[in-house]
Every structure is written in C-alpha cells, then in structure tokens.
Design a protein around this ligand. Sequence first.
Ligand code: A3P
Length: 296
Amino acid sequence: LVKELEKHRFSMGQVQGVPLPGDTCDAWDTIYNFQAREDDVLVATYPKAGTTWAQEILDLILQEGDAKKAMRAPCFMKVPFIDLFPPKPMTSGLDLANAMTCQRLIKTHLPIQLIPPSFWEKNAKVVYVARNAKDCMVSYYFFQKMNKGLPEPGTWDNYFSSFLSGEVPWGSWFDHVIGWWKARDKHQILYVFYEDMIEDPMREIRRMVKFLSKDLSEDVLETIKHHTSFQAMKNNPMTNFSVLPSVVFDQSISAFMRKGTVGDWKNHFTVAQNNVFDEEYKKKMEGQDLTFHTHG
Ligand code: A3P
C-alpha cells in the first residue's frame, strides 16, 4: 500500500481542463459511462464542503433514523465515491456502486459538466452542498496535507494562489459552485449551504427529508440531528475515517473531523490575502445571484 501511495501522491492529470487525480483521468471513459439508477441519490460537492456530513444525514434519512444500520460500514464504503480510484488493494467506488443491490447513495466531486450523463437520463436526485470559498480553502489545505493520495499543498501562501486559480484537484471552486447553481432548476437538484446546516441543522435536515419524499416523525428527525452533530461524527469510527491507516490519511497531521465551523479562515488568511481574495472573488462572482455567508 505504501508503494502504491508513493506512486499516487503527485500524479495529477486533466479532463476537459479540470485538474483531477491521474488515476481518475486514466479511468475517465469508465467513470463517464457509469450507469445510474432511477432511485440513486447523488451527493455532489466541491471537496471539503461538508460531503461526509450530508452523506450521513441522507443515509440516516434513507434508513429512517436507524443509527445501527447507518453504522453498517465506514462512510466511504457505504457511499461509493465514483470519481476516485484509491490505491490497491482498496476497492474503487465504481466497483462498490455497481455491486450494490439496495438503493444507492453515491458521492462525487465532479463539476456539473463532467457528471456521467446517465444520472440525467435517469432523472436521479442530487443533493449539492456548497461551502464558502474561504473556509473551503483552509479545510482543503489541511486535508491535502494529511491525505497521502493528493498532492502536497506546499506552503499556505502557495496554496492560497493555487486554490484561487483553480489549480487544485477537482479544479476551480468558482466554476464548481456556479455551474451547479445554474443547473438547479434543470434537474432534480437540492442546493444546500454548509453555513445553513451549521446555523439550523434541523431546518436543512427537513429540506432533505422533503426532497427525498420521506415522511419521518419528530423523534426520528431528532435522532438524525443527534447522530450527525460534529461531535457525534468525530467520535464515530464509521464517519471519522479512523479505520484508514495513517499511510492513507495521516490524522496526526490534521484530523478529518478538524473543526467543523464557519469562519475558521480568519485564523489563517492574512489581511493582504483577504484583500486579494475579496477582489478576485468580486470579479469571478460578478453577475451571479449566488451568495455565501463567511462569518460564523
Ligand atoms: P473543517 O476542515 O473545516 O473542519 P468533506 O466531508 O466534504 O471532506 O468536508 C469536511 C469538512 O466538513 C471538515 O471541515 C469537517 O470538519 C466538516 N464536517 C464534517 N462533519 C461535520 C459535522 N457533522 N458538522 C460540521 N462540520 C462537519
């Protein structure tokens, strides 16, 4: 596994101009031809937007609040990630998804233009989670440090520039959140904000329940909220990635369940960086009716 990882760490490629891990690019045809099913629920996000959190809520909704069932397997096994090829001997998300016979929750970080068309042909439901760019950048920086399958992020200063110019795995945060935002009325897409989930988790859980056409009791909703709190997920071996060896995720560098807050960027951005960021942000988001909260 260590040897496989060494081979992996720095290999990056591109698909239609979007930077993606090398193995994802090599398997692109297979990924793009992935066969969705009508009852699939796709969780789509830019990395670090709260994917694991939304996945856990959605799984608990599908399991009608049965926490034991939700703990049947680690989150990356029960919710296959179709656009990442982990080093052998780990099973790819594509293989896991294809082998599933029950209703599937599927994870992707792909920008909308790269989603396998079969999801649209089958009219599958998609929950898209967006998180403000500043906190995403900080979270991704720490994640790229500890995730040995992604390129080293370098210094914070360098990473700041790479992120702003979209030279990070899965590409530009701007293109991602805008692309999905524009498509939200064309397909069955529920667009959710991480900051809203922090502000009022129950409200956002209810939105997801409604979107999945489920009818759950107040007790069940409370159970879901309880099991998906930051602290509960940090302590849960099925959601905190502690089952992965440190050669894959080195959590002594940074925990997967790191902080789970809005506004941590203020502890990392310099005043000068914040100015550069705000100026660039204004240009890139100009004319978009998409707004984020960046303060907790
Ligand atoms: P931080 O690094 O800012 O702490 P993803 O699952 O997309 O990789 O996102 C990971 C981010 O979501 C991390 O952010 C993690 O702490 C946060 N997160 C995960 N579960 C959460 C929860 N239940 N409540 C709040 N934040 C959560």
